[in-house]
Design a protein around this ligand. Structure first.
Ligand code: F6R
Length: 251
């Protein structure tokens, strides 16, 4: 495991964008696994800048997003599809037919999950997966559980997650209670993973994910077993980490 600590949110976002850019330069037709939420917003801004500078192009990239709320259409500004179009896809040259996000309005949700998993497989898997992390240690929407979840599936969101997500909605009863998410297995099958976190409120979760026991009660802890994972943090999120032999710390 590598841990890169940026000076601040801006610096860590630039470092994250550079890693994604390097992936695209080395393999222009990369399959990128992408995350929503507040954390990667500045990373997407830097990627747009690198695109505008003509340093990178997304024309051969395939994008597969981690998750989507069940019950929100793509026209709903709170859906992850809308969010991704708005903050990223509409500003780069990724082909619309190469963008995949689970359909939270699918009539047959089980089938939607299976088809999503199949399409990742048909694209030969994910080259680089970008992750955020929930305060409860979730990755994608794999909530704390008694076992690590498998492949893409529907999930009931934790109270803590619903509360955290409510900041984006006008009324509490509008906040979705369910989502489709790639499973932990889907994520762990990615060839390379970067996990981004910033701010003091993520510090304890990051400590547990990196230094704690590998435990489904903190889903991100399984990343300790991934052969190519990099945590990209700001100083505040990184403040509690303890150095251990399996960690390469870069500041
Ligand atoms: C988003 C996702 C979630 C978020 C996590 C952190 O696609 O899968 O795991 O990464 O909830 O969200 P923020 O970045 O808003 O703190």
């Amino acid at each position: 495991m590598r841990v890169i600590i940026g000076k601040d949110y801006n610096d860590m976002s630039k470092k994250a964008a550079n890693m994604v850019a390097a992936q695209i330069l080395l393999k222009p037709n990369s399959v990128l696994g992408l995350a929503t939420g507040s954390t990667p917003v500045m990373t997407y801004n830097y990627l747009i800048k690198l695109f505008n500078d003509e340093t990178i192009s997304f024309k051969d990239v395939v994008a597969v997003n981690l998750d989507e709320y069940i019950g929100l259409s793509k026209e709903n500004p709170n859906s992850y599809r809308y969010f991704m179009n708005d903050i990223f896809f509409n500003h780069v040259d990724v082909k619309p037919e190469n963008i995949y996000i689970p359909d939270g309005m699918a009539v047959d949700l089980e089938r939607e999950c299976q088809e999503y998993e199949n399409l990742i497989r048909q694209n030969d898997g994910i080259d680089l997966q970008v992750l955020g992390i929930g305060n409860n240690g979730h990755i994608g929407f794999n909530e704390p559980d008694l076992k690590f979840e498998g492949v893409t599936h529907c999930i009931d969101l934790d109270e803590e997650t619903i509360k955290a997500n409510s900041r984006f909605f006008q009324k509490d009863d509008e906040v979705p209670k369910r989502a489709i998410t790639m499973g932990v297995k889907t994520i762990m099958n990615a060839r390379k993973i970067i996990l981004l976190a910033n701010g003091p409120e993520k510090a304890e979760t990051i400590y547990k994910a990196i230094n704690g026991k590998i435990d489904p009660a903190l889903p991100a802890s399984i990343l300790q077993l991934h052969p190519d994972v990099t945590f990209i943090l700001d100083k505040e999120a990184a403040c509690c980490i303890e150095k251990k032999e399996s960690i390469t710390l870069c500041t």
